[in-house]
Design a protein around this ligand. Structure first.
Ligand SMILES: [Mn+2]
Length: 358
């Protein structure tokens, strides 16, 4: 069975557990995940027996070439939703409540008015299936990560005191695009000096300030995102900067060391947090330790204190990204991506993280 059929089977298994006869897929990520064809303006309809890719004239040729052979490629309304519902005996119709607009749902309801269809929110069906990565998916994420690592080596070569934060971000993104990234994983973060105290600060058109420079960015390959943060020091690191940096690094390495199949997500967060708190930075690590990553930059599972008894499972990829942020002063974060393997883990990030001064 090919990978796409395995996904269809997994989805239909979930559909039967939820007593759904069909699912309407409108989100770009789930469209790509299920059909193998990327079309942000299209949608899928998947029933117990059939699977349809709907693409308009602009995308139809690409759809025929790229969509999985398990899907029938159709122009809009050929067949109509009414025909699919009637012929497939669809009573319970699932929709992506987390991704569909209220207006789109209202449109679907209007289209199928009088057909006796019940619309059912599907909740986290896709996020759960997608949290387990196959080898192909892992390879794409590693390929994206290698491009991002190249960009880090590149920025260390070209960085100088006349550069602005915006230029650093642009340089990283330009390098990644030139080396095979489809797009940035998200808006590149490159913040220096006092702005580094903002975990998701926006690069400013100002020259790099002395002190920390935090760069959080990633590449995309085959739709799959990488995510890495490296913090370097502009100028010389004083004792406070060195202590703070080494605390973040120690917290990050301790959490990564503890990661293994079956470990509790919440415990990973606590291991890093305790080290930071006990070093005198209590309250300065105000976000969770990490998150899943894949077709979207933030996926399941979460890695935070709020994950209850959830445990790490083979095939999941999580980020490990503790940070310390002191408002008005500076901040630092270090982030790797880690794959959970049978009885262990594999760090997918291969990039220096000792304190670097430039
Ligand atoms: Mn991240």
């Amino acid at each position: 069975m090919n990978a796409m059929d395995a996904r269809l089977n997994a989805l239909r298994q979930k559909m039967s557990e939820m007593n759904l006869d069909a699912i309407y897929v409108n989100s770009a990520e789930n469209h790509l995940y299920m059909s193998g064809f990327d079309n942000p303006d299209g949608h899928l309809v998947i029933t117990k027996e059939k699977a349809y890719v709907f693409a308009d004239f602009r995308y139809i040729e690409a759809a025929k070439a790229e969509a999985s052979s398990s899907f029938e490629v159709c122009l809009p309304n050929k067949p109509t939703l009414n025909e699919i519902v009637r012929d497939g005996g669809v009573k319970n119709f699932g929709y992506e409540d987390r991704r569909m607009t209220c207006a789109s749902l209202a449109g679907l309801k209007k289209t199928l008015d009088g057909m006796g269809v019940e619309f059912c929110p599907i909740g986290g069906i896709f996020t759960e299936i997608r949290s387990y990565k196959t080898d192909d998916e892992v390879e794409s994420i590693i390929a994206a990560q290698r491009i991002a690592e190249g960009a880090f080596a590149h920025i260390l070569k070209v960085i100088n005191y006349d550069m602005t934060e915006t230029e650093v971000a642009a340089e990283l993104e330009y390098y990644m695009k030139k080396h095979g990234s489809e797009k940035p994983s998200f808006d590149t973060i490159a913040v220096s000096g006092t702005a580094s105290a903002r975990p998701h600060g926006v690069p400013r058109p100002v020259k790099l300030e002395k002190g920390f420079l935090t760069m959080d960015y990633g590449a995309v390959v085959n739709g799959y995102h990488s995510d890495m943060t490296r913090t370097i020091v502009i100028g010389k690191a004083d004792a406070d900067i060195t202590k703070l940096y080494n605390t973040v690094l120690e917290a990050q390495c301790a959490a990564i060391d503890a990661i293994t199949e079956g470990a509790k997500n919440a415990d990973m967060d606590k291991i890093a947090r305790d080290i930071i708190d006990n070093a005198g930075y209590r309250g300065c690590f105000g976000h969770s330790l990490g998150h899943g990553v894949g077709l979207e930059i933030h996926e399941q599972p979460g890695v935070s204190g709020g994950m209850g008894d959830a445990t790490l499972k083979v095939g999941q990829i999580i980020t490990v990204e503790p940070g310390i942020y002191i408002e008005g002063k500076y901040g630092c974060r270090i982030e790797d991506m880690v794959l959970i393997t049978k009885g262990g883990k594999q760090n997918l990030t291969d990039c220096p993280k000792e304190l670097i001064e430039v």
